[in-house]
Design a protein around this ligand. Sequence first.
Ligand SMILES: O=P(O)(O)OC[C@H]1O[C@H](O)[C@H](O)[C@@H](O)[C@@H]1O
Length: 533
Amino acid sequence: MDFLNKIAKEQSQRNQCIMELFDDSERASDFSVCAANLLLDYSKQNINRGELTDLMTWAKKSHLTSKINSMFSGDKVNNTEKRSVLHTILRVPTEIRNEMFGGLSLEIHNAEKQMALIVENVSEGKYKSFTGKTYTDVLAIGIGGSYYGVKVALSALSQYNSTNLKVHLLANVDGRAVANKLEKLDAETTLVVVISKTFTTQETLLNAETVKDWMTGELRSIEAITQQWFAVSSNVEKALAFGLKKDNILPMWDWVGGRFSIWSAVGLPLALAIGNDNFSLFKEGAYEMDKHFQQADFDQNMPVLLAILGIWNRNVLNYSSLAVLPYEHSLRIFPAYLQQIDMESNGKSVSNEGKKISWSTAPIVFGQEGTNGQHAFMQLMHQSKDITPADFIVALRGNSKYKEHHKVLLANCIAQSEALMKGKSLEQAKAEIVSDEKFSLAAHKEMKGNTPSNTILLESISPESVGALMALYEHKIFVQGALWQINSFDQWGVELGKKLSSQVLSLMDNNTETENDMSASSLNLIKAYTQID
Ligand SMILES: O=P(O)(O)OC[C@H]1O[C@H](O)[C@H](O)[C@@H](O)[C@@H]1O
């Protein structure tokens, strides 16, 4: 990182205007790249050719190629947990995978077969419920990585739902969320999938217990659980102890990180909605991106470019956030999904060797559907002092029935990236003042501009394009972690809160034996709870 520190110092007085970079007439076409049917236009970034070339050279010198190979070949790149990171092999076509990974490939193949069979039999009504009914609904219980991937892909691909099953997700432990789901469901026709890699996650287990009580109450038999419930977990013992049938437990391997696990049996609820064929296409799209990522030169490599531009913005230009703005209703969950895969992966400050690092890592990722953001937080992006880089994501084709809507959507997407870059000078604002307006109003209308953005174009929303998009960001995050020299695949930072929540729970139950060193603030809050009737 010495190189980055050096250029960050040199750049501290940098006053480069993005618009001026377009004096280079080839910029728009040269600063864009296609892969897996996606197009990334990064010409609105605040970086010139020379700077980009220097960053590429730095990435090469930082052994990025060997780090990429290392991940794909199964080295234990998750060094704190001594695990390989191989979600990518779940997307490799079987014949190629067999050659590369032999025994492991067979294990994957068996899980795929088991999953495809469940999807086929449930959606075709061959698997019946405990009372002999055809399933109408699926309730998937899981949180974090056992939720976001499914959630984002389910909503992105809702137009591809090809079975008659309605899939519902339950992540939040809030009783209101549970009540809200259960009131819509009929125990006789609901199939339940518990997704938990560890099968120890407090929220998931409590939700699962409550749903189990509901179902056994409704159907008056514990046998319903053995028949109507499936689990996806690496902790078979715990899943069995919960009451699940061995044949109904699908594997989750320790070499697949939770937040990268949608490609495994964790994708079961998704496949139950979109069907086996669409699920395969979803993986194929991701595989296209994997091949591109492994083969393309860095200056034509979409994930590498996205990662390096993010590092430029974070570590050289010192921008601390990233707005993710899908101009696409079906991608509305994408910012929330990215928050997990980006911030949980790279929100760290210790190197792989366990040393404190001096550079910043993951930006604060936020966002929502772009059109809605325009009428809310984008005011800040246009006029506050801080610069917020943005990723615009949009599909060229929208809903075929409402073409005019899609034109307006796309127009807004392009206009916002233009406005963020161009801004409006005080002079321009003054020139717009009409005679009965106060001249001082011009200052309020000035817009800072010079805000960098990427635009990612999908031809249309499809299983392949959504798969490719998700793989693109997975790899972007991997590259950033590799260059920041951190482990993107652990999440020790979430542990303390979990431990303290057990202590708090015990105090809430008035358990006087509980050892604690809670602050007076927290003890007061606990007391407030214990005093309600
Ligand atoms: O799949 P599970 O073991 O239930 O874990 C669910 C989630 O909880 C953890 O605390 C982590 O923050 C997530 O990375 C993980 O995906």
